[in-house]
Design a protein around this ligand. Structure first.
Ligand SMILES: Nc1ncnc2c1ncn2[C@@H]1O[C@H](COP(=O)(O)OP(=O)(O)OP(=O)(O)O)[C@@H](O)[C@H]1O
Ligand SMILES: [Mg+2]
Length: 254
């Protein structure tokens, strides 16, 4: 049993600029993600990774540049933002589940409210996604009664109930206890194998090497290096990438 991905969307980001006041955070980013591709975004804190992801579904408005997501031109002022966002699932470091709703209700509320699915249909779809992440037996629990890893698996299941064509992950395992990280990464790997287009901000270099088609290294608002995971992580050509990887892979500098 696996997730069905019907129509993965490609993403094209061209010369994207974003400033907060005088602080130019994205300084002309261009990245293309083909339908069904997995791209891992790596880089030091403050390099603009989250800002870039948030521009893709227009949680942030870029100052200039162009983004397309499948058939949507995200940066067109007249784009149908609701329709576009229905195609994009986003998973955050801090799960963002509704604490007062059960696991099942967390997974049915958006299909019911946004897609107007009847309750029974929404529950069937949600239970299917919860089975895929191995949590159907906890459907009646509240988020606070789950481990962090379980909550993150619910957050992924919830995003998948909307049948997205693109998934954005912003450090989905950074807040987890080490022993629950593997379960979440395993689910993400299954989703990648099922053909989902994914942009994943992560510090999990093992995951990036195994699952990513390409790795993009950002520093101070620019793309410094991109290419196949084995090249960028295994034998980076740019000094800034080499320096970053040295620090991530060997934090004590020994
Ligand atoms: N809403 C905001 N208002 C003002 N400045 C912001 C805002 N969001 C981000 N910034 C600034 O933009 C820069 C890039 O932030 P961003 O969160 O995109 O980096 P990041 O690469 O995701 O870092 P981290 O690895 O710590 O999550 C930082 O200097 C940050 O302070
Ligand atoms: Mg971030």
């Amino acid at each position: 049993m696996s997730t069905e991905v019907t129509a993965p969307a490609g993403v094209v980001i061209e010369d994207l600029h974003k400033s907060y006041g005088d602080n130019e955070v994205l300084k002309g980013i261009s990245v293309t993600v083909n339908p069904g591709e997995v791209v891992c975004l790596i880089g030091a804190s403050g390099s603009g990774k989250s800002t870039l992801l948030r521009c893709v579904n227009r949680l942030e408005d870029p100052n200039s540049g162009r983004i397309t997501v499948g058939e949507f031109e995200a940066t067109d002022p007249d784009v149908n933002l609701d329709a576009m966002r229905r195609q994009i699932g986003m998973v955050f470091q801090q799960f963002n589940l509704f604490p007062h709703l059960s696991v099942l209700e967390n997974c049915t509320i958006t299909p019911r409210r946004v897609l107007k699915q009847p309750k029974a249909d929404a529950e069937r779809g949600a239970m299917h996604q919860l089975e895929l992440v191995g949590l159907d037996h906890l459907a009646d629990r509240r988020p606070a009664q789950l481990s962090g890893g379980q909550q993150q698996r619910v957050a992924i299941a919830r995003a998948l109930t909307m049948k997205p064509s693109l998934m954005l992950f912003d450090e989905p395992t950074s807040a987890l206890d080490p022993e629950t990280v593997g379960d979440v990464l395993g689910i993400m790997r299954n989703l990648a194998t099922a053909g989902m287009t994914m942009i994943v901000v992560t510090h999990e270099m093992g995951f990036a090497r195994e699952v990513a088609d390409r790795v993009v290294f950002m520093d101070q608002g620019v793309v410094v290096e991109e290419g196949p995971a084995d090249e960028v992580i295994g034998s980076p050509s740019q000094p800034r990438t080499q320096d970053f990887l040295r620090r991530v892979l060997n934090p004590l500098g020994e």
